[in-house]
Design a protein around this ligand. Structure first.
Ligand code: BF8
Ligand code: SF4
Length: 670
């Protein structure tokens, strides 16, 4: 039976103290960002200022005990007072907190699955000849994915196969046959499959998993917090599915990433060039912008510029960075600062994580803000309805808007910081396998698992997630990464975490020398000597955008398969030191159900219920083998991650010794 220990109030993080600390904090540790805020702000209000203006934030909202699920609300829960301790309908704190969390997961799952469906639809359009500007760039990946999801590629042309794969992916969204989702079932371990079946959280229809949890949490429905949270976890597994579809389709269309070298931070903007910032998540738009910029170079030169420079912001920036070596200008919290350099001629956004304030901000400059998605518009911004059938023409329209804006530049307002760093990216799980195979071609992943068993490495940690104004921009990511590197943890990163670490120079070989412990250094050196990678190996392996968290997951599965154990025993953990978006909630939740420790550096609104807090931190561990580690102090969060890895590695070693002694396989009795 799951253990439930009542938490003491004192054990729950003290929000009042945390809040006081964030008010006194520095805004950013990003050198270029700091420079812009100090030298180019001209009194312009940014999210850093708006965060302060919101203080103090409501403690009911902060702890999740405010409900607006019906029009009788808002209801707030007071710990004392008979009538006040329940909402008007009688919902208690644990019901309200659980509902809020489950709905947050549904928000994240909607975003990722929307993204995945768009990519699958694009692949279908390519296969049917309806998206002439795109192609199947990676037929080998297409065949790998086909085999993985149970499609026989034999004797089929790339387009025939692409159609079949795309339809099978889309089928995960719409079917009603009550079978587990293909893109979940094909990638998880047998142990996880059994666990999800046993706990009744296997989703069978991606869209339904999202609508089910919304229906489960409306007024007058489920009041049982455990049942609600399990509904949320089912939705989180649907999120995983949408993310894996997104990554697979993107690799097929645009290529599986291979290591590339480029630069990161606001210093990548160049005054003599027309700067186009691509921002959002969907590579179908940003990829075409790159192509349009190449074709329109003569028009840019005619306008007086040296050429067109494309830079990335947030996750679409990561997509371009890892596949095309396009420099990354900013992550989530520094997106406004990019415009404040006065050198961005157009910022083009697609979906997710762009700020509505960008328009007000860009009005202070010559910058043209262009929205492109039918479901993501900003009032008074230029809107160009992007679609894959006319992709290149529309991308050219967008780039031409940038050329026009360039002619209206105000030179007095251009203040570009010098700060930028070298950055390596493109470490897909396939690319990492290639590096390991240079050491051991027969059993590449054994190179990694042996290094962990021997104590050379402490384990693997994947950095995920966002920036959050509640903490100093990028500080959490950098602090945790340096601590883990010193403790010989192999580091992977995606999303804004990867952006933060890239801007801080941690995705370079130089950072290995500066920050890695002896074991990590020797491990990376061994790979380098065998594989001779063109750019060397970095301290942190940049794996891509947020949907690419599935790459880290796939890597953990490879480790589990090599050892012959299930995921909760693998020394692999996740850290989101600056979680912000509902997508981060959802990703964290599915990593927990997959059996991993997940460190979270900014408290989600669940402290209002000790029961839900305990579910996330204790019961999850009992049921799934993974759990949340909430810690708002980066150093202390990092220490807990190392402890969690050490515990798993220690157990592995003991069982290895026993297996050798009794000549059994590792997993027996374990
Ligand atoms: O999907 S890490 S702030 S940009 S949600 Fe958003 Fe968070 Fe950044 Fe990418 Ni992910
Ligand atoms: Fe209040 Fe219940 Fe309505 Fe929520 S659902 S707002 S707790 S009455």
């Amino acid at each position: 039976m799951p253990r439930f220990r009542e938490t003491k109030v004192g054990e729950i993080l003290n929000q009042a103290v945390a809040r006081k600390k964030v008010l006194d904090r520095v805004r950013t540790v990003d050198a270029a960002g700091k420079w812009v805020l100090e030298n180019a702000s001209d009194g312009i209000i940014t999210s850093y200022d708006r965060y302060l203006a919101q203080q103090p934030q409501c403690s009911f909202g902060l702890t999740g005990i405010c409900c607006r699920n019906c029009v009788q609300g808002p209801c707030r829960i007071f710990p004392t007072g008979e009538a006040k301790s329940r909402g008007i309908c009688g919902a208690t704190a644990y019901t309200i907190v659980a509902r809020g969390l489950a709905r947050g997961i549904a928000g994240g799952a909607s975003s990722h699955s929307d993204h995945g469906r768009h990519m699958a639809k694009t692949l279908l359009e390519v296969a049917e000849g309806r998206a002439p500007d795109y192609k199947i760039s990676d037929p080998a990946k297409l065949r790998r994915v086909a085999l993985k999801v149970g499609i026989n590629p034999e004797g089929k042309s790339d387009r025939e196969l692409a159609k079949e794969v795309a339809l099978k992916a889309l089928n995960d969204y719409y079917r009603f046959d009550e079978k587990p989702l293909t893109w979940l079932d094909s990638y998880i371990t047998p142990g996880r499959r059994a666990k999800f079946k046993h706990t009744n959280i296997t989703p069978t229809n991606l869209m339904q998993a999202i609508t089910d949890v919304i229906s489960q949490t409306v007024m007058g429905m489920d009041a049982d917090p455990v049942n609600i949270i399990f509904g949320g976890l089912k939705t989180a597994l649907a999120d995983f599915t949408g993310m894996h579809i997104a990554t697979d389709m993107s690799d097929i269309l645009f290529g599986t990433p291979e290591p590339v070298a480029t630069e990161a931070n606001l210093g990548v903007l160049e005054e003599e060039y027309i700067n186009v910032a691509t921002h959002g998540h969907n590579p179908t738009l940003s990829d075409m912008i790159v192509e349009a910029a190449i074709q329109l170079e003569p028009e840019a030169i005619k306008a007086g510029a040296k050429g067109i420079k494309i830079v990335g912001v947030c996750c679409t920036g990561n997509e371009l960075l890892m596949r095309k070596g396009i420099p990354l200008a900013a992550n989530q919290a520094s997106q406004e600062l990019a415009i404040m350099t006065g050198a961005v001629d157009a910022m083009v956004v697609d979906v997710q994580c762009f700020l509505p304030s960008l328009k007000v901000l860009s009005d202070n400059y010559h910058t043209r803000l262009i929205t492109t998605a039918v479901n993501a518009k900003i009032p008074t911004a230029t809107h160009i309805d992007f679609n894959e059938e006319e992709a290149l023409e529309l991308a050219k329209d967008i780039v031409r808007q940038a050329i026009e804006a360039y002619k209206r530049r105000n030179k007095d307002k251009i203040r570009i910081p010098k700060e930028k760093t070298k950055a390596l990216a493109g470490f897909s799980t396939e690319a990492i396998e290639g590096l390991l195979a240079a050491v051991n071609p027969e059993q590449p992943w054994k190179v990694l698992t042996d290094a962990i068993e021997s104590g050379e490495l402490a384990g693997v940690v994947l950095f995920a997630g966002c920036n959050n104004q509640k903490v100093a921009h990028d500080e959490g990511h950098i602090t945790v990464a340096k601590h883990l590197a010193k403790n010989n943890v192999l580091l992977l990163a995606t999303g804004c975490a990867a952006g933060a670490l890239a801007k801080a120079g941690l995705t370079t070989p130089g950072a290995v020398e500066a920050y890695a412990g002896e074991g990590l250094k020797s491990f990376l050196k061994r790979l380098e000597e065998a594989a001779k990678p063109k750019y060397g190996l970095p301290l942190v392996f940049h794996q891509g955008s947020c949907v690419d968290n599935v790459r880290g997951f796939d890597l953990a599965v490879k480790m589990a398969e090599t050892w012959g154990i299930d995921l909760p025993k693998v020394p692999f953990a996740v850290s989101a030191p600056e979680d912000m978006h509902e997508k981060a909630l959802s990703i964290g939740s599915w990593f927990v159900t997959m059996g991993f420790p997940v460190h979270v550096g900014v408290m989600p609104p669940i402290e209002g219920s000790e029961l839900v807090y305990s579910l996330a931190t204790q019961i999850a561990y009992d049921v799934f083998g993974g759990s949340f580690i909430f810690d708002t102090e980066p150093e202390s969060g990092a220490k807990k991650l190392v402890d969690a890895l050490d515990y798993r590695t220690w157990k592995l070693r003991i069982h290895r010794a026993a297996a050798e002694k009794y000549n059994t396989s590792l997993a027996v009795g374990y």
